[in-house]
Design a protein around this ligand. Structure first.
Ligand code: LLP
Length: 477
């Protein structure tokens, strides 16, 4: 197989000098090649992982999650401490939520933010202290609000006037006072994919800046709610501090205005801190982002002569993104003639848009490496695709793999810890992969692989023993 001609190579992609190398900015901290050249994560070989758990497989480096959690907490706490303030960090569970992940981040001193009744249930099932939870959502259901209030969730981030009345009624019936934050659209359009930006005007989240004062006044009137602060989240996969700084300035102005009506202990600036998916991505280190935002808030507070409130942040991707690697097995390899002169090599793997919807949803770019071995063959441009019945079922749009990539090879895609498992689907009746944690040479299942039988059990027409056992017989993994 020869390298594809340049016209098929995206402008940002460079041919690697070594197509087996693992870029430390993208792969988990423990990723390396073992003596036989196989990828090893958390001291466990990819070959062993395939043998024990099958593919596709989400592999999560526990220590890497912990390191990123500690680092984020230290970054924001240190930045706040330099101004005599304090910061708390909520892990945004929507990025990847399992009970173990909840326990890890709690052990590292983080809190957890959840955004549905289901996520709340996972956090509570993990044994999280409800006081350490934040609860988000633009349409929280009545039962979810009841559950949150009953559990004693530390803050509910309210998103609409209707919700405020609903939540107040629930808290009143229960005879409790529920702390709330108010989600604000600061009007800052983050530099990211349109679907990942959340604080510009024409979208569903929060209250416009001008609408906030009467909303807060209403909350302050309600004896069953306690207004504790403003919240804004400007978007996701953001690389620079500028958007955060602009949003923070507007929030502090509003915060200062609202102080006339009483103390406000908190200010929550959301998450959205970007990570590297390919060698072309250069996110600022979290320490620099933290300093940039916190300094901006502290400066704004100083200008207005107000006290720096306790700050809160909600990173999701920055905690788990780099810790995750998806292992696939290559099935078919096909040269596809794109024009008379250009051929693109398609490597089809046994997963796809059902385990990673991000390329299809956002045009997200990823990278890939052979995981079962190293090879000295010159690198060839390939597109890694899934097994689903859609041409947009792309796993890695453009990457160089050793030119002898072959059926049966393991292909590993790094930086899949965030928004892959949590966005996974069963499209084409594809059971979802297991999530396996690796650490110090041990592998442990966090979430077991789904089976076709699991899926068929929900189909009421298949509830005969015969139907289910047929399903079991057709299982491949
Ligand atoms: N806080 C709030 C209120 C959020 O809505 C989000 C993400 C976060 C924090 C965490 O953002 P992070 O630090 O993970 O960027 N599915 C998309 C991302 C959607 C993010 C939704 N909200 C993706 O795969 O890129």
């Amino acid at each position: 197989m020869s390298a594809s001609p340049a016209p098929l190579v995206p402008e940002w992609l460079r041919a690697p000098s070594d197509a087996n190398a693992l870029d430390g900015a993208i792969w988990p901290g423990s990723a390396r090649r073992d003596g036989d050249g196989a990828l090893e994560i958390g001291g466990v070989s990819a070959l062993q992982l395939r043998e024990r758990f099958g593919t596709p497989l989400y592999v999560l480096d526990e220590d890497d999650v912990r390191v990123h959690a500690r680092r984020a907490l230290a970054a924001f706490s240190d930045a706040a401490a330099r101004h005599g303030g304090r910061a708390r960090v909520y892990y945004a569970g929507k990025a990847l939520l399992t009970t173990d992940v909840v326990r890890w981040v709690l052990e590292e001193g983080l809190r957890v933010d959840v955004c549905s009744a289901g996520e709340l249930a996972v956090a509570l099932a993990a044994g999280a202290d409800p006081a350490l939870l934040g609860f988000h959502g633009n349409n929280k259901s009545g039962p979810a609000l009841e559950r949150a209030v009953d559990a004693g969730v530390g803050s509910v981030i309210v998103d609409s006037a209707i919700e405020i009345e609903r939540l107040s009624a629930v808290a009143e019936r229960r005879g409790v006072v529920q702390p709330v934050l108010v989600r604000v659209r600061t009007g800052v359009h983050a530099e990211t994919h349109a679907f990942l930006a959340t604080a510009h005007e024409d979208q569903k989240f929060g209250f416009a800046l001008d609408d906030v004062p009467p909303v807060v006044a209403r909350i302050r009137e309600l004896p069953s709610l306690h207004f504790t602060g403003l919240h804004a989240h400007i978007g996701s996969q953001i690389f620079e501090a500028d958007g955060f700084r602009a949003s923070a300035a507007r929030l502090v102005e509003l915060h200062a205005e609202l102080l006339a009506g009483g103390d406000i202990p908190l200010l929550n600036l959301g998450g959205g801190f970007g990570i590297a998916y390919t060698a072309a991505d250069r996110p600022l280190p979290i320490e620099e982002i933290a300093t940039g935002i916190v300094d901006a808030v502290a400066d704004e507070c100083a200008v207005r002569g107000i006290r720096l409130p306790e700050l809160a942040f909600e990173p999701g991707r920055a905690i788990v993104g780099q810790a995750g690697v998806t292992l696939y097995e290559a099935g078919t390899i096909k040269p596809v003639r794109v024009t008379d002169d250009l051929t693109r090599v398609y490597v089809s793997v046994d997963g796809g848009m059902s385990d990673n919807a991000r390329p299809a949803l956002y045009g997200a770019q990823y990278s890939a490496r052979l995981a079962s071995r190293v090879s000295d063959e010159p690198p060839a441009l390939v597109r890694v695709v899934g097994h689903h019945c859609e041409s947009g079922d792309i796993v890695v749009d453009a990457e160089y793999l050793p030119g002898d990539v072959a059926p049966g090879d393991l292909v590993a895609v790094p930086a899949t810890g965030a928004y892959c498992f949590s966005l996974s689907s069963t499209y084409n009746y594809t059971p979802r992969p297991a999530v396996v944690a690796v650490r110090e040479g041990e592998a442990r299942v966090l979430v077991r692989r789904e089976t076709i039988e699991d899926l068929l059990r929900r189909d009421t027409g298949a509830h005969s023993d015969e139907g289910i056992s047929m399903a079991a017989r057709s299982e491949t993994k």
